[in-house]
Write a protein that binds this ligand. Sequence first.
Ligand SMILES: C[S@@+](CC[C@H](N)C(=O)[O-])C[C@H]1O[C@@H](n2cnc3c(N)ncnc32)[C@H](O)[C@@H]1O
Length: 193
Amino acid sequence: MNHPTHVPILPGLEELWDEAGAIWDRLHERGEFFNFVASDYRAVYQTLAGLQGQAETVLEWGSGLGVVAIMAAQLGFDAYGIEIEPKLIELADGLARRHNAQVEFALGSYVPGDYELDTELVDADFRTSLDDAPAYDSLDMELRDFDVVFVYPWPNERALHQDIMRQCGGPHSLFVTFDVREGLAVERLGNGR
Ligand SMILES: C[S@@+](CC[C@H](N)C(=O)[O-])C[C@H]1O[C@@H](n2cnc3c(N)ncnc32)[C@H](O)[C@@H]1O
């Protein structure tokens, strides 16, 4: 399922992307957070805009600076982000405040506690943290409650993320993934067990 939409850019979005880009440059100059790499915000924006009217809640897994969740809030979705790095949560909160976006960012893991890990999906080069406490309780939500889940996975982690959605996602949840080579994909994988 792909959504090749071309909607006008909301006022202030270019400034949001520029500010996030400047923060990202600063972090990388200092050698911080090499696991944080930004997705193509312009393309993600178009995909989210194409989902307006079909969904209410959007969750950004591994939200980093939270730009996807912020764009979702600005498009009128109830927006959430889960991130493992406290400093990135702080930066995302500041960015959301400055851009007047109502987003709930939670510190912890997006891997639900009841997910049964298939070790064949994990290799030595893995960057998703698999050992940290899940963040869903602090949002008072479960993964299956979200209408849209967005993630920008490392290429070798896509199968793990799909497996998490298959086991723990809601039957109607839309799973949106960004890939540098393949662009954006929208799939429905959950089973709502
Ligand atoms: C490739 S970056 C994507 C950032 C942002 N979503 C974007 O699209 O621009 C992946 C982020 O996931 C975070 N992360 C890795 N494992 C995580 C986990 N189990 N739970 C929450 N965040 C995690 C990293 O700290 C990093 O900020």
